[in-house]
Design a protein. Sequence first.
Length: 83
Amino acid sequence: MSAYPSGQELTWFHRRFTRPVQQYLLQVSFACPAPATCTPYRQNTLEGPRRLEPPLWIGASNTAHLVVTNAGPGIVGLTWAWD
């Protein structure tokens, strides 16, 4: 579990895979207020374009979950915005 210092605005998180993985779970918990959108994405490389997927639902606990099967190699992440 990663935690970031309060006061720093973080608008994304990703995980890089060098080998294929069967299953990956990314859970993000937000302080109040929760962002308006939370969107999964994939990239082949850090320099490559982000391929956005449909937005995730953010639950009453201000938490979003992304489950990915048969991922990698590449990058799997979430981006979010309060606007």
